[in-house]
Ligand binder design. Structure first.
Ligand code: CMP
Length: 133
């Protein structure tokens, strides 16, 4: 099973990409592929399609296109759930201590990372970064 972990523009700007990748390695996750890119508006709207119409959608699209992001393809048994536990709650102030969002997130919008919430979404989201992951 595979999942997408995406390091968001706020974490790139804070220069904590290396620290987050170190956490991934220390946790023992297998990195299968990795790529930095910048989303176009069209891609961002498609990536976050499920949130279209929500009050935060416009802000979300603007933020995610505001700078480069880093996508990691992680592979392993039950990897979707494991990575979601590893990053912590969406709102960094509610995330468990020592999770990525607790350590590096600022607020619910600038929360450092995103991870796929199901195996189906993982396959869909990985395609935005990798052709053959
Ligand atoms: P992410 O895991 O990338 O998925 C959707 C993102 O929307 C989420 O993390 C948050 O950064 C962002 N967001 C902004 N406001 C909210 C909100 N009120 N509820 C949920 N997500 C929000």
């Amino acid at each position: 099973m595979r999942t997408l972990l995406m390091i968001k523009p706020d974490a790139v700007e804070k220069k904590v990409v290396g620290k987050i990748i170190s956490m991934v390695e220390e946790r023992g996750f297998d990195i299968r592929d990795m790529r930095m890119k910048r989303f176009t508006r069209d891609e961002a709207e498609k990536f976050y399609e499920v949130h279209r119409g929500k009050p935060f959608f416009e802000e979300l699209v603007q933020f995610i296109t505001s700078g480069p992001v880093v996508g990691l393809c992680l592979e392993g048994e039950d990897i979707v759930n494991k990575v979601r536990n590893f990053i912590g709650a969406t709102d960094p102030s509610k995330a468990d201590p020592c999770t990525v969002r607790a350590l590096y997130g600022t607020d619910i919008s600038r929360n450092a990372v995103h991870a796929s919430d199901s195996p189906e979404n993982a396959e869909r989201e990985l395609k935005f970064f990798f052709e053959n992951c």
